[in-house]
Structure formats: structure tokens, C-alpha cells
Design a protein around this ligand. Sequence first.
Ligand SMILES: Cc1cc2nc3c(=O)[nH]c(=O)nc-3n(C[C@H](O)[C@H](O)[C@H](O)COP(=O)(O)O)c2cc1C
Length: 185
Amino acid sequence: MDFWELIKQRKSYRNFSSQPVEPDKIYKVLDAARLAPSWQNRQCWRFIVVKDKETIKKIGQLRPLNYNINFFLRHVPAIIVACANPKDSGHRHGIDYYLVDVSIAMEHLVLAATDLGLATCWIGAFDEQMIKDVLEIPKEIRVVALTPLGYAAEKPNIVDKISKIVAKGTNRKKIEEIAYFEKWQ
Ligand SMILES: Cc1cc2nc3c(=O)[nH]c(=O)nc-3n(C[C@H](O)[C@H](O)[C@H](O)COP(=O)(O)O)c2cc1C
């Protein structure tokens, strides 16, 4: 896919069909993540591919807040859980670079998925300890993000309506609002 087309095509999907993801496509998106840049090329990221229906249901039932904003996860064909060991990356001036490393790799994965016709949604609202318990992730490992991976459902449903409210729209700021030239403002 043309680069600009790809950037425009990527969006957050919260309504998935039950069609499973082909194993070679899962490998391709993981390969895209693998090729991302990282602090001292240490590649601190680790990804867990979850396809087991019962485990997916458990993850979708976890309530990170008083309510479960990501309940749609219960019905997705696969979830990718992006983790890291912070000790395998660096930190400077109070910035932990494992978060940067994993985020770049995850965006590679998301864009590759888009190119393959797959749908994703960056998930940041989760209870880390609950996810760690379900997936038996060791204590020293941090969970940075999740994304469902699958094919978008063809017909919109209630999830689409709710997500429009939860995501607070998808409009973007103008370039003039986010970029300065030569100096701050
Ligand atoms: C750090 C981060 C955390 C997010 N967490 C969630 C989440 O928990 N649940 C969800 O449905 N969407 C989540 N999103 C998706 C955003 O709501 C979405 O990217 C934004 O509304 C713009 O819409 P678009 O991705 O369709 O362009 C998250 C995105 C980011 C970058």
C-alpha cells in the first residue's frame, strides 16, 4: 500500500468479525515490530500472541476502571500484548526508554497490520497486574500496550456507537497547532 494511503487507512477498530487471522500474517506483523529502532538496539520488547478463546474472554472481562471500556476485546480473534523488561532498555532525564522502544515497535506492528488488511486498536486502559496474572508474565516485566488483531466487522453495531463517545472523536489538530518553526511558538 502507498505510504500515505496506509497512514490514512489506519484507525482504531472496536468491532471485529470472528474470522481468524492467518498465521503468516501474524508472523508478518511481528516481523515489522522486530525491525523497529530501539535504545542501543537492545530490542527490549516481547510480544505475546493470544488466540485462545477462553484467555481472550478473560482479558476482555477485566475491568481496569469502575467500568470496562474495552469490553469489545471479548469478541476479537487475537490479541497482541506488548511487554518489556525495563532493565533491557535505558533511561535518561526521567524518561524510561522501554516505553519508547515498545511504542515504536507496536506502531510498526499496527501499520503492518493495516497494510495486510487487518484491524487493530491501541489499548492503554488495562489493569497491568490482572493481565500479568492471566498471562503468567514475570514480575520484572512491564505490559505497555495491547491491541486486538483481526478483520473489521462489516456491519457497524452498538460497539461502534459507544466507541465514538469513548474515543472522543478522531479529528486531528491543525499543523499550525502542533508544530513550531525555529522556536517554541
Ligand atoms: C496510549 C493510547 C491508549 C489508548 N487506549 C485505548 C483504550 O484503552 N481503548 C480504546 O478503545 N482505544 C484506546 N486508544 C485509541 C484512541 O482512542 C484512538 O487512537 C484515538 O481516539 C484516535 O482515533 P484513531 O486511532 O481511530 O485515529 C488508545 C490510544 C493510545 C495512543
